[in-house]
Design a protein around this ligand. Structure first.
Ligand SMILES: Nc1ncnc2c1ncn2[C@@H]1O[C@H](COP(=O)(O)OP(=O)(O)OP(=O)(O)O)[C@@H](O)[C@H]1O
Ligand SMILES: [Mg+2]
Length: 303
């Protein structure tokens, strides 16, 4: 009997979301008043872990924060949501990462990120005991994990030997080189959005990208924003329309989707039901500012 269902490894940061028509800055010492501002738990890993715990998965997380107010906030928000943070690292010489998200309309965002502790996690800081204490390993924001990336193939091999299943959401590659050799083939589940899928497969066609990558990784779910999502397992395909929702903020919808998908996957649900749960989590998360305030429980998502 393992202590955790899911171990999340990834980046940790806060999001400062400012919203309203007037969020486009005017330089020259001009002050503008904006509609709304929210400081909240950010990061793909943190938002995933929060949704996983809310769905009832026993969840632990490993990431690095700085010894500062934002770092304290990240760890406290995760703990309050039921995520085990004991294996997180506080680096005294780093500042916690922060993303400033400017959202002039519900659908459009500009993001300014100060990386800080985001890229700092190293393989030697990860407690290997966790690999036998959790059933599943989720890797978030692969392309931001600069210090861990070279050692990740080795870590994934250790996780697999320890009996874990593995999922990956790379998110966007800021360098746009899109190199995932050595990690994709080590995963059971790959969770890109459409743009990321096409960039990694180096094609413009979703069907051929799915066909190509499903020879490398057994189960792929592709997020398509307001269009919903697609999934492929071997030759089996599933599609789910996104529910029309009154979107407040789409930050982290993809990470809530991922947690919903892994919840269905770990419960052994059929592909179509797994995808439907994922889409429900993604869509409902857009109902509130920030990535976590709108996240549903399993009951709410099923309803
Ligand atoms: N505008 C929307 N209306 C309805 N559902 C949405 C909307 N945006 C996202 N979703 C739901 O959330 C899921 C994931 O969102 P999205 O496609 O934006 O992922 P992503 O690009 O990985 O996001 P992230 O910015 O979190 O990385 C979608 O598949 C859909 O089910
Ligand atoms: Mg994403």
């Amino acid at each position: 009997m393992r202590q955790f269902d899911v171990l999340v490894i990834g980046e940790l940061n806060v999001d400062f979301v400012v919203r309203g028509a007037d969020v486009v800055p005017a330089f020259g010492q001009r002050e503008k008043l904006i509609e709304d501002a929210t400081l909240t738990l950010g990061s793909s890993a943190g938002i995933f872990a929060s949704q996983a715990a809310r769905l009832g998965l026993r969840t632990a997380i490993v990431g690095v924060v700085g010894a500062d107010l934002f770092g304290d906030m990240v760890l406290r928000e995760l703990s309050e949501r039921g995520v085990d943070t004991h294996a997180c690292i506080t680096a005294p010489d780093l500042k916690t990462g922060v993303s400033l998200i400017l959202a002039p309309t519900a659908g459009s965002r500009a993001i300014l990120t100060y990386s800080g502790s985001i890229a700092a996690l190293r393989a030697d800081q990860i407690d290997r005991g966790l690999l036998v204490q959790a059933r599943h390993l989720h890797i978030a924001s692969y392309f931001l994990l600069d210090a861990l990336r070279p050692d990740l193939p080795q870590l994934l091999a250790e996780a697999r030997r320890a009996g874990m299943t593995i999922s990956l959401d790379t998110n966007w590659d800021p360098t746009e080189r899109w190199q995932v050799e050595g990690v994709l083939s080590a995963c059971d589940v790959f969770l890109p959005n459409e743009a990321e899928l096409l960039a990694i497969a180096r094609t413009r066609d979703v069907a051929s990208a799915l066909a190509q990558l499903s020879r490398v990784v057994g189960l792929i779910a592709v997020k398509q924003g307001a269009q919903g999502a697609l999934a492929r397992r071997g030759s089996e395909l599933a599609h789910c329309e996104a529910r029309p929702v009154r979107v407040v903020d789409t930050t982290g919808a993809g990470d809530s989707f991922d947690a919903g998908f892994i919840c269905g996957y770990l419960r052994g649900w059929p592909l179509a039901d797994t995808l439907r749960l994922a889409c429900a989590c993604g869509s409902l998360s857009t109902h509130a500012m920030g990535g976590t305030a709108g996240q549903p429980t399993l009951e709410e998502a099923l309803a």
